[in-house]
Design a protein around this ligand. Structure first.
Ligand code: GCU
Length: 837
């Protein structure tokens, strides 16, 4: 793709309240004074209602009207000197006898020529033409009026989204409201949001959506629901977005009343043939199937001692005549490994299962591989399976849903993480073998390949629950088109489109977002030990103990002296040997393993020296303090944008940043309390376990409150909180402040449980200085998976800024219990300017 020449002009503030529904397709008016030369009419070479070219014409009209206020006419024939012509290359040739495009385009590709007011947008197919129209509009909306002329093609044919939406309307790992597709076992009647979603996806060149959860329910393919998903496909179609479905492998039994779901059984084959026919009868452009089989308890071919290739080829055969494909997930592992076995390793599973089958999958099967060998962790090495399937199509599975990455309540801009995987050189046969070139099919000359991203958009106006999280969705599409695109430039395009052209806004959001993944890694799990959240419960807040002593195999093997998984061939699980020799050698040797994956590959003492010159444990301490500080700085950075962004979105993001700042401290303290306790090694900088500005709630004078020992202990400051005596009474906690007189930020750490909305008041010398209700999780304001316990998920901070305090003042907190929530309090902290604790 050619470099864009950007001509920006000064931005004059324009802040109209917005709820986020338009995402990056706002077409907000540009300020006066620009020098745009616009076409005077639109010629869309196909005017039939459902055609993407027709959609493109409408979109151009809408966009140009929004940005510039001019309403252009649309026709389907003619040639005006200053018009925007849009269509396929073939349509253009037919209309005008010849075309400027000669063999440069591949499937879905487009040609864009902007020469002042004369614009030509030609797609290899209609979908490509629509992509080109969105690209032109994106330039205009960003104030970029350059002349351009280029052809662009996708890196790979598969640029899919996986929705984990359930038939009952819930979304697995959904943090932005319920499904836009399903409710109560059926497809919803109003599919407006589904159509709006397709529009967003088309603008980022995503070409298919699998609409139901990988843990599929057989009812999705009953006759009524095939008609229902057919309606979804109908609203997707004008946007060039195809529909796909996840399958439940046992459907022949559950839906077809057969006695087996053995993939080689003729009755089973006939059942799937019939289902496939029914689907294509309703949805002729159906994209294909997604299959999660023999994975986390789902049924699959292994039940019948058939191979995973038998399972995949079953669907491949029946769907082939219709031109569909099968995305078969590599997320297959023995979920009951024994931690007592030093050589047991869940990370080995994908290669163990799939490598022996290389070459046995049909050509319309793609093995869909999560980016790392475990499960969407904050840092993983690239899955070695990408280097082990030389005769099989592959795709990478990414997660826009921030399941283990703050659940859209923490800002984490993901492309830099994704790029560590995609840009990793696996050195297959000692030759350059970047993951990105494997999945596009280029490296091993495969006919198919690409990517799928798990995306959890819901009914929330913001789609993902968080305005800023939308940059991840936008960037996914942009990267799936071109994996070498720059993460920061994509982010800046998104920011201009989402928040306007103010330079401070762009710079600030860029700075925050680019710092966000490193910050989250710093406070959530370092050196390749994975995200230390509670893998047995919410996957949200910290709970490092849950990684070990479980059958889930996400072990850290932390004991009082040492930590890390020994994945070497010489002494450990042998995982490093799954990579090609050059890479295997690097990871086998502690000296050549990068610090950021040290604990992924090696089991070492906490006193092991890193390449950075710090010990492992001191790195933990420093990184967690650094990460929490960065997250706290985001608040002031965001606040500096007040007035430059509409209040509605400004306040919404501010709320989340304030939450993240508090929760980052919860993370920091939980993880550090845990390792400090288990290792007994003090923090060289004296911070861990030393909080001079805090007053523990349990050390205050209590009336109607009692001490409560929190589990896990590290989730509470000093391991203890206070709760009211009953679930309906009031308690007070009082203390005399022994601080130097001055102005402090007064923060209270409490626990916000699901199932209760306690209310609290803070009084200084009997005068109320603040109050709040612990209802954030109950009203779903943040959308993360809630907790009913006092733990690292429910631990929350509220801050009252700039409170004047005199030595000897009396501070009292009154808590009124509600529901299951006994007004739980952890501590109060009085923060002098510049202190984060
Ligand atoms: C994770 C996630 C599950 C999901 C699974 C999958 O383990 O927590 O909810 O079903 O991944 O990708 O299949």
């Amino acid at each position: 793709m050619m470099l864009k020449l950007l001509h920006y002009f000064p931005f004059i503030g324009l802040v109209v309240a917005e709820n986020g529904l338009q995402a990056w397709l706002r077409y907000a008016p540009l300020p006066q004074g620009h020098n745009a030369r616009l076409p005077s009419s639109i010629i869309a070479l196909n005017s039939s209602t459902n055609s993407p070219v027709n959609t493109a014409g409408q979109e151009l009209q809408k966009g140009i009207q929004g940005i510039f206020g001019n309403r252009l006419s649309i026709s389907s024939i003619g040639k005006a000197p200053s018009s925007a012509v849009i269509g396929t290359v073939a349509q253009f040739q037919e209309a005008f006898g010849s075309s400027p495009v000669h063999n440069q385009l591949e499937e879905d590709g487009f040609w864009l020529s902007v020469n002042g007011s004369t614009v030509q947008i030609l797609g290899q197919n209609e979908r490509g033409a629509l992509y080109g129209a969105f690209e032109y509009l994106s330039m205009l909306a960003q104030g970029n009026f350059s002349n351009v002329e280029y052809a662009t093609n996708p890196a790979a044919p598969v640029r899919w989204i996986n929705s984990w939406d359930n038939m009952d309307g819930s979304i697995t790992r959904g943090f932005g409201g319920n499904s836009i597709f399903f409710a109560d076992g059926h497809v919803v009647s109003n599919l407006t949001r589904a159509a709006e979603y397709a529009r967003l996806l088309s603008s980022i060149r995503v070409n298919a959506v699998v609409v139901n959860d990988v843990n599929a329910n057989f009812t999705t393919i009953n006759p009524e629901n095939i008609q229902g998903v057919g309606r979804i496909a109908d609203v997707f179609r004008p946007y060039g977005v195809q529909l796909g479905l996840s399958l439940d492998f046992a459907s022949p039994m559950e839906l077809g009343n057969l006695s087996t779901y053995d993939p080689l059984d003729p009755g089973v084959i006939a059942f799937w043939g019939d289902i496939t026919q029914q689907i294509y009868a309703r949805i002729p452009d159906f994209a294909g199937y997604l299959v999660k089989a023999d994975s986390e308890g789902t049924p699959g071919p292994l039940v019948y001692n058939r191979t995973l290739a038998d399972g995949a080829n079953l669907f491949a055969n029946v769907i082939k005549p219709f031109g569909g494909i099968v995305m078969y997930r590599a997320f297959v592992y023995n979920q009951l490994p024994d931690e007592g076995d030093w050589k047991a390793d869940r990370a080995n599973a994908a290669v163990d299962f799939f490598h022996p089958l290389d070459g046995q999958f049909d050509d319309n099967v793609i093995i869909q591989i999560k980016y790392g060998p475990i499960d969407f962790q904050v840092r993983e090495p690239a899955s070695p399976l990408f280097a082990n399937l030389l005769e099989t199509n592959t795709a990478i599975e990414l997660q826009v849903a921030q399941e283990y990455l703050g659940q859209q309540c923490h800002l984490v801009y993901l492309p830099p993480l994704w790029r560590t995987i995609l840009d990793f050189d696996l050195r297959v046969q000692n030759q350059s073998s970047f993951v990105r070139d494997v999945i596009t099919g280029e490296r091993f000359k495969r006919p198919l390949g690409g990517s799928a991203a798990v995306v959890n958009v819901g009914l929330n106006d913001t789609w993902l629950g968080s305005h800023l999280a939308m940059s991840n969705l936008y960037a996914y599409g942009r990267l799936a088109w071109d994996w070498t695109s720059d993460s920061e430039m994509i982010l800046q395009d998104w920011t201009r489109l989402t928040f306007g052209l103010d330079k401070t806004v762009i710079d600030t959001i860029t700075q925050m977002s680019m710092a966000s993944w490193p910050a989250y890694e710093n406070y959530s799990g370092n050196l390749g030990e994975q995200t230390l959240n509670d893998i047995l419960y919410t996957h949200f807040g910290p709970n490092p103990q849950t990684l070990d002593n479980t059958v889930w195999g996400q072990w850290t093997r932390a004991d009082h002296a040492s930590i890390g998984m020994d994945r070497t061939v010489s002494n450990g699980t042998g995982f490093s040997g799954q990579y090609p020799p050059e890479v295997a050698e690097m990871f086998e040797d502690i000296e050549t393993t990068p610090d950021n994956l040290l604990l992924w590959f090696h089991h070492v003492n906490y006193t092991q020296m890193l390449k950075s010159g710090k010990t492992v444990i001191q790195h933990f301490y420093d990184a967690h303090y650094e990460g929490a500080e960065t997250a706290n700085n985001f608040v002031a950075m965001w606040q500096s944008l007040k007035g430059k962004i509409d209040d509605e979105r400004f306040e919404d993001v501010l709320f989340r940043q304030v939450f993240q700042a508090g929760h980052a401290i919860v993370w920091r303290d939980s993880i550090l309390n845990f390792y400090h306790n288990i290792s007994g090694i003090p923090d060289g900088a004296g911070r861990v376990g030393h909080h001079p500005f805090r007053i523990e709630a349990e050390s205050m004078e209590l009336s109607g409150y009692q001490r409560y020992v929190v589990s896990p202990f590290e989730a509470a400051s000093n391991a203890i909180a206070i709760v009211t005596l009953t679930n309906s009474t009031t308690g007070t906690a009082t203390t005399v402040l022994n601080f130097t007189s001055g102005v402090y930020d007064l923060a209270v750490n409490y626990f916000d449980l699901y199932g209760g909305n306690s209310s609290y008041q803070v009084l200084l010398n009997q005068k109320m200085i603040g109050q709040w209700v612990g209802n954030i999780v109950d009203i779903g304001k943040l959308g993360h998976t809630p907790s009913i316990y006092l733990d690292g998920h429910s631990a929350t901070r509220i801050t009252f800024p700039q409170v004047p305090i005199k030595k000897g003042d009396t501070l009292k907190i009154v808590g009124q219990a509600n529901g299951v929530e006994p007004a739980p309090l952890d501590y109060v902290v009085l923060l002098p300017a510049g202190v984060i604790d």
